[in-house]
Design a protein around this ligand. Sequence first.
Ligand code: NDP
Length: 463
Amino acid sequence: MAEYDFDLFTIGAGSGGVRASRMAASMGARVAVAEESRVGGTCVLRGCVPKKLMVMASHFAEDFADAAGFGWSVGPTSIDWPAFIATKDKELERLNGIYIRLLRDAGVTLVEGRAVVIDDNTVEVAGRRYTAHRILIATGGWPSLPQIPGIELAMTSNEILDLPQLPKRLAIVGGGYIAVEFAGIFAALGVAVTLVVRGDTLLRGFDQDLRTSLAEEMAKKGITILHETKVGSIERCAEGDLSLRIGGALETEAEDLRVDAVLYATGRKANTKGLGLPEIGVRLDETGAIVVDQFSRSAVESIYAVGDCTDRVNLTPVAIAEARCLVETLFNHNPTVMDYTGIPSAVFSQPPIGTVGLTEAEARKRYGEIDVYISRFRPMRHTLSGRDERTMMKLVVKRDDQTVVGCHMIGADSPEIVQGLAVALKCGATKAQFDATIGIHPTAAEEFVTMREKQPEPHAVAR
Ligand code: NDP
C-alpha cells in the first residue's frame, strides 16, 4: 500500500470518525482525519454533551423548589445564564482538547479544513491532495428546516446552545427528541414555552404510553403543546419580537403566536452536500444519506461511511459501534456486522425517558399475542416535595415463550435504569427471570422486577 499517502483517510472528526481513526491507527494503519470545524463532532460540541449540561442546569429550579418539602428554606434563586454558558463552553473546550490529544497519541494525522473527495482514492483539503487506500466518510448530520417565509429568523439546536440570554417566550417547532428536550430545559428555566407539533402526539415511533405520559407531564410543567398545528411563516415585528403564523390541520383558523425566539427541531439530514460523492459514483438516497452495505461499504469499493451520514440509527454509540465493526473488518481480518437489535435510547425530557426493545404496537404486530405490564406511581421524592409528577414503567412480553421484548420508562433516572435492563434484553431474559430477580429497596427500578399484574386485554388494542 506504499503507493498511497495513507491507509485510511477519514472525513469528519466526530464520534464515529475519531473512533475509527484511533482504532485503525492502533492496529498499525497510517491514518489521517480531516475536520473543517472543531474536533469532537455533533455529540460533543453541538448535541448530547452541551444539551445534557443544560438539562442539569435547568433541573436545579425544581430541585430548589422540592427542597422545601424536606424542611429546607432555600431563599431566592436565580440563574446567571451567561455564566452557565461560559462554564459549559469551557468544558467543551476541555473535551475538544482531549479528542485532539487522543488522535495525536494514537498517531493519527489531523488535517484541518473542508475535504472533498476527488476520486476513489484521493481527497483534497485546503488545496492539497492526499491519497488513501480507503476513505471513510463520517460527516454526521445537520439540522433540516422547512423552507417557509422567515425561516432565517429561526434558531436550530446549533444556535440555541449558545443563546446569549434567556428569552421570555420561546416557540419550538417539532415534536421529536430535540424539541421535547429543549422544551423541558427552557420551561424549567422559567421561559414560556409553546411546542408546535404537526402530528397528534410527540415522539413518533416511541411506545404510545410513553408519548401520552410525556405530554401529560410536560403540560403539568406549564408547556403549551399545540397539536396538529403548522407554521406558515415567521415575521419580525416592529417591537422586535417574532410572530409565527400558525394554523390547525386544515389551516382554516390561522392566528399569530408572538414569541421572543423560535427553535426549529424538525429533524436532521445527512451532511453529504459538496463532498463530491455522487460525482464519483457513491450512491446517496433521496434524503442525501450514503447508501452502504452491512459492512458500511458504499457503492464505491474503497469508500466507506459510518454514523448519521448513513441515516441508519442516528445515535452516537451506534456510530461508534459501526466504526468499531468497520475497523475490525478492514484492519483486523475479522469481518464484523453491526447488530442493530436491542439498541437502548433515552430522551432527556423532563422527566426523562429510557427505552429498549419493541413498543407494544411493534410487538403486537410482530408476535400477535403479547402480555403487557404497566406500573404508574408517584416517586418517593414527591411524596414529600408535593410535586405532581408520575413515573410510568412498562414491560412488553412475548406470550408464547415469555421473553421480555420491550422495556419503557418515563421518570427520574430512567436512562440510567434502562441501560442495565438493556443487558437483560440482549441476553433474552424472560419475565420469570425478571420476577426471580430481587429488587433493590426502596428504588423506582425495583418496580421492573415486581410487576405481577398483566394489563387486561382491552389495553391490547393495537396502538
Ligand atoms: P426527529 O426526527 O426526532 O423529530 C423531528 C420532528 O419534527 C418530528 O416531530 C416531526 O414530525 C417534525 N417535523 C419534521 N418536519 C417538519 C416540518 N416540515 N414541519 C413541522 N414539523 C416537522 O428529529 P430531531 O430534530 O428532534 O432529532 C434529530 C435526531 O437527532 C434524532 O432522530 C435522534 O436520532 C438524534 N437525537 C438523539 C437524542 C437522544 O438520543 N437523546 C437527542 C437529540 C437528538 P413527525 O413526527 O410528524 O414527522
